[in-house]
Design a protein around this ligand. Structure first.
Ligand code: FE
Length: 207
């Protein structure tokens, strides 16, 4: 029995953003998804961006000291989130999945709500994540529509099961995708992978 109910934490409101940066040596664009982004001061105008410590994009941000944010809209495709969120920029050119442009060397999505470019002025190692404190260089509205929240993303990945009465559902613990195929989950081959994040069957839980 634990004192920490993760569902309580899922009620902290978070958005979903594509973080962009580039390789110092080659200039090749890299990127990932971040949910933990917030404005932390107004004067000077600074935001905090928390990224997983051991991913390739974080390594590049540490090296080049700058990053971009593209604020994702409600209708963002699962493919885009899967590409940026569950692959590594070390061996994938993720930016090919959607139209983008560059401000200096920083890549930005053309189709998003707003774009922000920043300089990382401080970094705080907090365990499995690093918080980059960033000074805003430019911020621009692209189109006015509702931003995607992390909670909505989780909900949309949990499609209503077509088989009524079964109750329990197999849910990917990495990306929240809910299995709704015709073959019973238990009978899927051992090398079956989550269609959204590509993780194996062992990452699914009956919920
Ligand atoms: Fe998944």
């Amino acid at each position: 029995m634990t004192d920490i109910d993760e569902n309580a934490l899922f009620n902290i409101t978070l958005g979903l953003y594509v973080v962009g940066s580039y390789e110092k040596k080659t200039g090749r664009e890299v990127g990932c998804i971040a949910d933990a982004v917030m404005q932390v001061s107004a004067n000077p105008m600074r935001i905090a961006v928390s990224l997983e410590s051991n991913i390739y994009t974080t390594k590049c941000v540490k090296e080049v000291g700058e990053l971009s944010l593209s604020v994702l809209p409600k209708n963002t495709s699962a493919e885009l989130i899967s590409e940026f969120g569950f692959k590594s920029s070390e061996n994938t050119d993720k930016w090919n999945i959607a139209p983008f442009y560059k401000d200096g060397k920083l890549p930005l999505l053309k189709d998003c709500i707003a774009v922000i470019t920043c300089k990382a002025v401080d970094e705080i190692d907090i365990g499995d994540h690093i918080i980059f404190v960033c000074e805003i260089k430019k911020a621009k509205m692209v189109k006015g529509c509702e931003p995607l929240t992390y909670a909505e993303y989780r909900k949309s990945m949990r499609k209503a099961s077509s088989k009524e009465g079964l109750g329990k559902r197999w849910v990917c613990t990495v990306c929240c995708y809910e299995y709704d195929g015709d073959i019973p989950f238990e009978e899927l081959p051992d090398d079956w992978k989550c269609p959204c994040c590509q993780m194996g069957k062992e990452y699914f839980q009956l919920q």
